[in-house]
Design a protein around this ligand. Structure first.
Ligand SMILES: [Zn+2]
Length: 119
């Protein structure tokens, strides 16, 4: 399952961040999920819950923030929201574009509660 592998990678990254900041407990994890990422929020939540039954992330809440996709016109440089395909630039009607955001899934922030006393 795509989301399980994705969440596993994300949790590895989160653990590294927790290690480097000596965090002992996490309240919330804010995840940014792009509109074009093909990741289902429900599946991500499910995977998160299943993988955080113990350890520092036990009981942590996953907050998913959906990010709209944005395209940049290759003809005039206009940046516009991706609503539906095929994409047409609202300024110059060009159909040549690159996607500049909306394909990624990343940890936006982590809300931590306690730090180890030696920090
Ligand atoms: Zn354009």
């Amino acid at each position: 399952m795509h989301e399980t592998a994705l969440m596993k990678n994300l949790l590895t990254t989160i653990e590294q961040v927790l290690d480097s900041h000596h965090v002992s407990r996490v309240n919330r994890v804010y995840l940014s999920v792009g509109q074009l990422s093909n990741a289902l929020p429900e599946a991500l939540s499910f995977a998160f819950e299943a993988m955080t039954r113990e350890g520092r992330l036990q009981g942590a809440e996953l907050i998913i923030e959906n990010r709209p996709a944005v395209a940049r016109c290759e003809s005039c440089g206009e940046e516009y929201r991706v609503e539906k395909f095929p994409l047409v630039c609202p300024t110059c009607r060009s159909t040549s574009f690159i996607i500049i955001s909306g394909e990624e899934v990343y940890v936006q922030s982590i809300d931590c509660e306690e730090k180890c006393p030696d920090d």
